[in-house]
Design a binder for this molecule. Structure first.
Ligand code: SF4
Length: 140
């Protein structure tokens, strides 16, 4: 399968992965469902990469990411589902995690804050309108 992540020059300061902020939640809730086979394979591979090495460096963004790269709804760098709504979800997650778009983190450094957000009532501010909630592990 074609490699879809942004790992290019780790030694030169590139992140291992670029992840849009609300996908940090989606990755926690993922149990194999998605927009297409290519999409779910790519998402599963990215999750496995992070789980295998939680020190992986991630650039957190409010725009298309390495997960979107295999999505049938990505048109260039724009999400055809609802670009503005999805960006606002990213921005809300960034705000709640006290991060800025474009920041670089090691996954293990944000995992605690991410779990706290998931276990708080505030997660519904982000997930409230999501069509995948019925099959999301976060909402079990
Ligand atoms: S392109 Fe849109 S629908 Fe597809 S993964 Fe990215 S944000 Fe989600």
């Amino acid at each position: 399968m074609k490699r879809l992540t942004s790992r290019m020059q780790k030694a030169g300061g590139f992140p291992d992965l670029t992840i849009r902020a609300h996908h940090l939640l989606c990755m926690r809730g993922f149990q194999g469902y998605g927009y297409s086979e290519e999409f779910t394979e790519n998402l599963a591979r990215i999750i496995n990469e992070i789980m295998a090495d939680p020190s992986v460096s991630i650039m957190i963004v409010d725009s298309a990411d390495d997960i979107c790269m295999a999505c049938p709804f990505l048109d260039g760098l724009r999400c055809l589902r609802d670009e503005e709504k999805i960006r606002s979800m990213d921005r809300r997650v960034l705000e709640l995690l006290n991060l800025e778009s474009g920041c670089m983190v090691a996954f293990h450094d944000i995992e605690g804050a991410l779990l706290a957000l998931i276990n708080s009532g505030r997660v519904m501010e982000i997930c409230g309108g999501c069509s995948w909630m019925d099959v999301c592990l976060i909402h079990r």
